[in-house]
Design a protein around this ligand. Structure first.
Ligand code: DQA
Length: 146
């Protein structure tokens, strides 16, 4: 099985972007950690980032039939994007919503999520460690449903 780990806007800046909120780990570091964790579980992964809403929609469409599950840190699009929510519902892939920060402890506008409405579950607040947690959760889910 293969998993797609998709990252939205501004996550390319991890490492230097508000490190007090998001930590000092870069997206390249996170990708390397994800690859190591996935390998240990015998999973293949795709790992991508885009700042563009439509490009993320395209990636979700292309994932159908290629990947068995989706881990999505949609960044700020989490709180705004009906298009991403609809894309996930359209491809019918199991999706885990992920955030580095605890969005519920932050501004009110981060408390709503369109992604959560179509997600299996949400992991937030564990920093970069949320990525391996999400991989483990998706692995367990896929094993239970295959
Ligand atoms: C984020 C939380 C979002 O509210 C924010 O817009 C981001 C990053 C996180 O990983 O904590 O860009 O998704």
């Amino acid at each position: 099985t293969a998993l797609l780990i998709l990252n939205g806007p501004n996550l390319n800046l991890l490492g230097t972007r508000q490190p007090e909120v998001y930590g000092s780990t870069t997206l390249a570091d996170i990708e390397a950690t994800c690859r190591a964790h996935a390998k240990a579980l015998n999973l293949d992964i795709g790992f991508m980032q885009s700042n563009h809403e439509g490009a993320l929609v395209d990636e979700i469409h292309a994932a159908k039939g290629v990947f068995g599950g989706l881990i999505l840190n949609a960044g700020a699009y989490t709180h705004t994007s009906i298009a991403l929510m609809d894309a996930i519902a359209s491809v019918e892939l199991p999706c885990i919503e992920l955030h580095l920060s605890n969005v519920h402890a932050r501004e009110e506008f981060r408390h709503t999520s369109y992604i959560a409405k179509v997600a299996l579950g949400v992991i937030c607040g564990f920093g970069a460690n949320g990525y391996p947690l999400a991989i483990a959760a998706m692995h367990t889910h896929l094993q239970a449903t295959s």
